[in-house]
Structure formats: C-alpha cells, structure tokens
Design a binder for this molecule. Sequence first.
Ligand code: EPZ
Length: 429
Amino acid sequence: MDSIKVVGGAELNGIIPISGAKNATLPLMIASLLTDETLTLTNVPRLRDVAQLTQILSNHGVDYAVNGKRTGQDDLEGQTLNLTAREIVDTTAPYELVSKMRASFWVVGPLVARMHEARVSLPGGCAIGTRPVDFFIDGLAALGAQIEIEAGYVVVKAPGGLKGARVEFPRVSVGATHTIMMAATLAKGETEIVNAACEPEVVDLAKCLIAMGAKIEGAGTPTIRIQGVSRLHGAHHQVVSDRIETGTYAMAVAMTGGDVLLKGAQADLLQSALDVLRQTGAEITETTDGIRVRRNGNGIMPVDVSTEPFPGFPTDLQAQFMALMTRANGTSKINETIFENRFMHVQELARLGAHITIDGHTATVEGVSTLHGAPVMATDLRASVSLVIAGLAAEGETTVSRVYHLDRGFERLEDKLTRCGAQIERVSA
Ligand code: EPZ
C-alpha cells in the first residue's frame, strides 16, 4: 500500500492548478442514466472515486469513453468523459459496488425515474458517521414510489412513473437534494424541494440537467422547482472547479507561508472559508486566473469556526483547518455540526505534537510553536489531507499511510505540491 512521505519546513511558492470538483463529477456522471443519448463531461478529475463510479454505471449498461490527451494539453488538465446509457440493462446496484462509495446510492433517483424501478443496496455506515438514507426514501415515496427494504436493499417501484410533489427535507442533505432533483426531472408535473442544499455542486448538477432538457428553477436557493419532462437528451457540460481542493491548498499555504496562485479556483464557491483564512492572517486576493494566497512573516491567528451547509464553512475543510490551527498563536474552537464522528484526525494530529481536546461536537485546539514529524494514518479523505498539511509544517519526516483515501479525492496531490517547493513524495510499498 502506498504512503506519502513529507519533510516539513519548506514554504510553498508557485502555481497549483485546481481540478474539477469530485463532488460535482459524481452526481453529474449519475445523471447520464437519465437519457439514452451521450452526456459529455469536461474538466473531469482523475480520481479513484470517478473510476469506481464508472464501474457502477457500466453495471447498469452505461458505456463510457475517456478522450486521450490533446495537443498543448497539460498533464494536470481535466479529462473528457463520454457517458452513454443507451439501454439500462440492470436496475440493481449491488452491495459489493455501493458499499465502496456512498454516493453511488444516488443512482436510485435516475433509475426509478427512467425505468420505474430500482434495487439499490443500502450504503451502510462510514468512518465519518452513520449517514442514514431516510430523506431519500421519504422523498421518493412523496413522488409516488412504493418502497421496501429487503435483505439490505432498497427496492423502489413506481409502475406508472413518478409524480411531482412537495418534498421537504428535515435538514439539508446534499445527496438527497441531488437524488430527488434528478428523479423529478422525469416525473409527471411539478416537484418542489423545500430546504434543499444550496451547495455549488447542486447548482452545477442543475445546470447540466437543464442543458439536457430539464426544467429546473431555484437551484442554489433553499427552494428548487422542477417541471417534469417526458425525456432528456445528451449534453456537454464542464465540471465546476473543486472548492474543497481550493480551500485545502489555501490552508496549506496559510500553514507553511509563501505565495501560491490557485489557478482556476473560484472565490465565490468558498467565500466563508476564505474569510476565515483572512482572519488567520493569510492574504487572499481574487485574480482573473484564480485565487492568490500569501502569508509571510506573521504568525497564524486563532479563529473559531462552526461547520455549516453552504454558504457556511464546509465540513469538508474542517480537518484541514484544524491542522492549521494546531500552529496558531493561541486557542481556537472548532464545532462540527454536519457529521457526528468527523474528528478522527485529532488522534493523529496529536501524534505530531498537536494539543487538541474534544467535548462532544467541539474540538479545542491550543496552538503549539512546533509540530514534529511522525508516522500517521487516517481513515477518510479529508482527514488524510489534514495530516499532509500538518506534515508540511512539522519538523522532520511525516509518513501518511493509507494513501488510497487521498487518491479518492485529490488528483496528483504530491505533484501539485512538489511543483511549489514542498518536499513530498509517494512511496510504493
Ligand atoms: C456530501 O455527502 C458530500 N459527498 C460530502 O463530502 C460532504 O461532507 C457532505 O455532502 C456535506 O457537505 C459528496 O458530495 C459525494 P449529506 P452527503 O446528505 O450528501 C444526514 C467528501 O469528503 N442525512 O448532505 O452524503 C447525514 O447523516 C465527502 O468529499 C440524514 O440524516 O451528505 C449528515 O449528518 C464526505 N438522512 C447530514 O444529513 C439522509 O437521508 C448531511 O449529509 C441523508 C443525510
């Protein structure tokens, strides 16, 4: 199993190209199930989760093709993916595939919308929390589907097709919003989603669905209205840039000091995180090319944050921000409100010398002047990258094992950081 070796102490200086968003790419790929024509996605990141989802989709009958490199294309530019679900040959998403990636559960929406039936394995829990699927089930039932749970599978039937309805979520859920929005595109009549997620990835999916012929209004606000249509067609869509990758590298620069242009990054996708970083002492400017992050000389100021649905501070940046706060000049409090168990990085950061205590959903981080390199490992994607950030500032060598978590969501992390002067390499076991 590969690991990442980091020798801390170097500033980051240069340009980091920001990839297409993983969390937009996954629902966009799933949207290909809604039409028998080809959906072409550009700016697709090269990630393990993307590869995993192509396997799941191909099991339903989706053909996929990745365009090769084109003249003048940089190695780090996104790829073009063509997905064609001419015929859905299987409406079952089996446990062996769904259990590897929770987002694959979202196929339930398009499958039942187009085929009027689906049998999708329950995704089960995961490292960051129990993550139930009750909002999906209640939402599909509101659209007229009959639902039963049989031997670990959600079996959904809508013999005459789905019917538009009002679907109100008890709390904001990104995945349930994606799923019900996709399902409603082919339902009869109007669907209103109330307390919808406003995340940029929901907006990106809505844009793509509209390009495919869907009638959707209000994506990006808490109320989304969808007028069902009888069929969708193929489209071209460019995946929005990854706000979590952007925030992660911005925090890395705030940690090490230096001056980096995050090329292709969009500030409006992560304004709350950028505001917090400014309060820590980082200088952040929006340029025509992306976002420039600088920090020189001065120490890191402690700032309290609470994770919130968009436009608040994202839970997917909580671990990285905690790594930054371990070196702050004082004490900060970090409150996790989205997932009940998203503090696994705390024990590992402590191995590097961080002082963190947890009380319920709140971590208190007492900044230390020095972190010391050590072998560490993490059990999820964002926790893993937080250890890399800490390692970049630690004295000596840090080895982060179980790198497959990083490969799920960060495209060529070590290449991007090496180009900016970090001492970081992948070690193959
Ligand atoms: C998406 O997960 C993201 N995943 C997560 O990113 C992200 O952390 C999360 O949204 C929150 O922003 C993808 O986009 C692929 P939710 P999702 O449904 O949709 C509860 C990463 O690191 N809930 O918005 O699964 C749930 O337990 C990943 O890239 C129910 O109770 O998250 C959680 O507490 C990790 N019942 C809250 O809602 C339901 O039926 C929000 O979860 C559904 C959700």
